[in-house]
Design a binder for this molecule. Structure first.
Ligand code: NAP
Length: 247
């Protein structure tokens, strides 16, 4: 079921690994990023060098107008058939009673509203009830949604708890319209997100608390995401898969 796939935060980390696998699966990849144009252009060049088709579009998923522009750019590539709601952020370690309102607003806006805005645009294009051809959506959650991330980032964990509920609710809402919606809950994965939380070595430092005794790779998460996107998961909807090494 090739076509255009929109991947938010597709320039680095898990999103970039998804972009690579999506192109290999035959999708035309519309990859979004926020500000690092160099990384995004690098992904587009890598996909093109491997024989795929990709385009990078800058925009903040927490900004409704940016999301509308992102999907207009995707439309120029062809029929949108998939969305990976991957862009997500966290902040430095803090207790809830220390979190300023601006931080809370930013985390909830990007992680929750961003996923809603993008899903809305995807459903408008893919729903068979609206003239679309169907498709699939995968939302990136986190093991933190189950664990709570106490004294680290409960705000982030709670935003991912919202994503788990969003996955379930949206899946049921569009199940009869040719769209499957699933989630993936990564555990401790070796990407730059930990540096953005002030702990660049977090994945390596925590590997001993993971039952399989190592951190995961972005590609290991992307393989699960692309399976859920694919026709091989044709009877799977409303599910969220843990990719956590048992954690
Ligand atoms: P990452 O390495 O920090 O990459 C972030 C990507 O998202 C970049 O492409 C970045 O673009 C983009 N981005 C950030 N804010 C954005 C915004 N407001 N609008 C659009 N794009 C934005 O992240 P990651 O570790 O791959 O995480 C990907 C997803 O997996 C997130 O939802 C995260 O919560 C989830 N997750 C990760 C882990 C983990 O251990 N890594 C664990 C559980 C869940 P720029 O390069 O332009 O900044």
């Amino acid at each position: 079921m090739a076509g255009v796939i929109v991947i938010t935060g597709g320039s680095r980390g898990i999103g970039a690994a998804c972009a690579k696998l999506a192109a290999e699966a035959g999708y035309d990849v519309c990859l979004n990023y926020r500000s690092n144009a160099k990384a995004a252009d690098g992904m587009v060049s890598q996909i093109a060098a491997d024989g795929g088709r990709a385009k990078a579009v800058a925009g903040d998923v927490g900004d409704n107008d940016d999301v509308i522009a992102l999907f207009k750019a995707a439309d120029e590539m062809g029929q949108v058939k998939g969305l990976i709601n991957n862009a997500g952020i966290l902040d430095v370690r803090a207790r809830v009673d220390e979190m300023p309102p601006e931080r809370l607003e930013r985390i909830m806006r990007v992680n929750i509203l961003g996923s809603f805005f993008c899903a809305r645009e995807a459903v408008r294009r893919m729903s068979t009830a609206k003239g679309g051809e169907g498709g699939a959506i995968v939302n990136l959650s986190s093991a933190a949604a189950r664990l709570g991330a106490a004294s680290q980032y409960v705000d982030y964990a709670a935003s991912k708890g919202a994503i788990d509920t969003f996955t379930r609710g949206l899946a049921l809402e569009v199940a009869g319209e040719g769209i499957r919606v699933n989630g993936v809950r990564p555990g401790i994965i070796d990407t730059d997100i930990h540096a953005s939380g002030g702990e660049p070595d977090r994945a390596r430092e925590l590997r001993d608390i993971v039952p399989v005794k190592r951190e995961g790779t972005a590609e290991e998460v992307a393989q699960a995401v692309l399976w859920l996107m694919s026709g091989k998961a044709s009877y799977v909807t409303g599910a969220t898969l843990d990719v956590t090494g048992g954690r």
